[in-house]
Design a binder for this molecule. Structure first.
Ligand code: 1GP
Length: 242
């Protein structure tokens, strides 16, 4: 039950965190050991598991398999209640603050309780904010919500602050998986300056340079999925330096 406390500790000493996102919908369980060995040899600090559209029970099997191969914390980043499994360490209990669909603001959360009560998952309340990034993303399609315009920085800041004031423990700024444009340094920096809770940033980050830019702008934890799925060289780039 210390995933969140460890994030807070890292933030307090300005240590940057990196989550590798595994989407069960796009990942073959038989590749787990090879993939996770590369994750273990990289600078990644967390494994996130989740996706917008995932078949029932797939997440449970995949998390059990990942757990066999790594000591890194496994955090659920669920697109739906069916992705809840007690085999992970923690869950981002996401409320989609950028949208106005009650199901994704509070409805699914109420439905999730009976399932969560049967697990020992550490539950981390997270304000999830989708920002427009070029093309329509899966989150938009599935949740039937509109992202916030990337030009409306003040509205993004106000949304993040409202999340913090509601008691959320993390804010996650999302450009969407495979986003054409990652979030700008300006957006990240403005939101970070307005918050006292840790800031997660993800979507469309494909290079070490972009990763460093996100950190420099103020991201505490960066989430990368697509670049790891599609490019082995990206792992080479992010190898641990001893
Ligand atoms: C998606 O923020 C994550 O929810 C990661 O996005 O797949 O573009 O790295 P990418």
């Amino acid at each position: 039950q210390d995933t969140y406390q460890n994030i807070i500790k890292s933030v307090s000493v300005k240590e940057k965190l990196l989550a590798v996102l595994i989407d069960p919908d796009k990942f073959l369980v038989e590749n787990t050991s090879a993939f996770i060995n590369k994750v273990n040899a990289s600078i990644a600090t967390h494994v996130f598991v989740g996706g917008s559209t995932v078949d029932d029970f797939v997440t449970d099997t995949l998390v059990a398999e990942i757990k066999k191969h790594t000591a890194l914390p496994i955090v659920l980043f669920p697109g739906d209640i069916t992705q809840i499994t007690g085999k992970a360490d923690a869950i981002l209990f996401l409320s989609l603050l950028s949208g106005r669909n009650p199901d994704y603001l509070i409805g699914k959360h109420v439905q999730a309780i009976s399932k969560l009560d049967k697990t020992k998952l550490e539950i981390i309340s997270t304000g999830y904010i989708l920002i427009e990034s070029g093309k329509k993303t899966a989150v938009q399609r599935v949740t039937k919500t509109n992202p916030i315009s990337r030009d409306n920085v003040q509205h993004i800041i106000n949304t993040a602050k409202a999340g913090q004031l509601l008691g959320m423990k993390l804010i996650y700024l999302e450009a969407g998986s495979g986003a054409e444009q990652a979030l700008t340094g300006e957006i990240i920096q403005s939101v970070k300056e307005a918050l006292s809770i840790p800031l997660i940033v993800g979507g469309g980050i494909r290079s070490k340079v972009q990763l460093e830019q996100a950190y420099k702008a103020g991201a505490d934890l960066v989430v990368i999925g697509t670049a790891f799925e599609s490019d082995d060289l990206f792992f080479e780039d992010l190898k641990m330096i001893n």
